[in-house]
Design a protein around this ligand. Sequence first.
Ligand code: FES
Length: 66
Amino acid sequence: MFVCNCNGVRMRDMSVAVEQVMGGGAPTVAAVYEACGVAPKCGRCKVDIQRLLDAANAESCALAAE
Ligand code: FES
């Protein structure tokens, strides 16, 4: 399944990029694009990328609270 159709970035590759930026201290949508080696075009995938970041952030907060 593609998250970013314009750049042909699949969910598994986007998830890896999200994990990379979560460990790097700058978890932004722009950082995820950069980690994937692409630039935004139409921008429709930004909402989905932000959701992935939010989910990863919530997971890391939950782990920190344990
Ligand atoms: S779908 Fe990602 S930039 Fe268009």
